[in-house]
Structure formats: structure tokens, C-alpha cells
Ligand binder design. Structure first.
Ligand SMILES: [Zn+2]
Ligand SMILES: [Zn+2]
Length: 137
């Protein structure tokens, strides 16, 4: 089980399953949402994701039609996003998880949108859009 929460502590959550398709997303939306060069996101089953406290502290922004990002309205921590067409899954922002996790990132995605000041290093595969097996999950 993994636990996490937002910066101010209002939002607390638990994940009771594994995290898959962990990716570094370099798209322009993730860059703005995180205020950084990329977001590190992983998919968990919606049934495995439990908000322990602060559900009312979460606010939402539909960044793309059908895709909504949820963040703490007090401290701004980005917690997760949901896609309308995939109600069974939640995309968690890995930086908000406090536990050590077993899974590892598998790819860099939307690398053609990366900031010009960012240099992507390491041996993970790099994709111009979503990783190839995204739709299979
Ligand atoms: Zn907060
Ligand atoms: Zn992105």
C-alpha cells in the first residue's frame, strides 16, 4: 500500500494496488500544471485509490475536454487526473506519494513538446505522443 498527500496536508490518500505505465510527460500542459520540466504520472485502478481526508479541499480543472486535473485548492499540489472515457483509472502525480514505490518509470512521452532548456538523459524510450501500450490499459 502506498500513502501520499498534498503539501499543506489537507488531502491524504492511499493506493491499495500497483502503479502502472509510469511516464515522464513533457507536454506543455503537464509543464504548466507542475511548474516544471515534466510531470511524472502513473496509472492506478480507481478502485485502488482511496481519499482518506480532504476530498472537499480538492478542486478541479478540465484542461482538455474530458480530461480533468485535481489539485489542492489551498497549496496547489497536483494530485491526480481523470479521463471521462476511462472511469476505471486514475492518473496519479507520483511526487505526491510519500512511500517508496516498487514500480519504475517506463518512458518519456510528448518529448517533442519539451522545454528547450531541458536535456532528457538516461536510457528510457522516448515517444512523440503517448507510450505505445497506453490504450491497452
Ligand atoms: Zn494542500
Ligand atoms: Zn502531459
Amino acid at each position: 500500500m502506498y500513502t501520499g498527500g498534498c503539501l499543506c496536508g489537507a488531502v491524504r490518500f492511499e493506493i491499495h494496488g500497483s502503479i502502472h505505465n509510469i511516464v515522464y510527460c513533457h507536454c506543455s500542459q503537464c509543464r504548466k500544471a507542475q511548474g516544471s520540466a515534466f510531470a511524472t504520472n502513473g496509472i492506478v485502478s480507481a478502485a485502488d485509490f482511496k481519499i482518506l481526508s480532504g476530498a472537499d479541499a480538492l478542486t478541479a480543472y478540465e484542461s482538455t475536454p474530458g480530461q480533468t486535473k485535481y489539485f489542492c485548492k489551498t497549496c496547489g499540489s497536483p494530485i491526480m487526473s481523470k479521463t471521462e472515457s476511462r472511469p476505471a483509472q486514475i492518473r496519479v502525480r507520483l511526487g505526491t506519494i510519500e512511500s517508496d514505490i516498487e514500480e519504475r518509470p517506463m518512458a518519456h512521452i510528448f518529448v517533442t513538446s519539451k522545454a528547450n532548456w531541458e536535456e532528457i538523459t538516461g536510457n528510457l524510450p522516448q515517444y512523440e505522443a503517448y507510450e505505445p501500450n497506453r490504450t491497452a490499459r
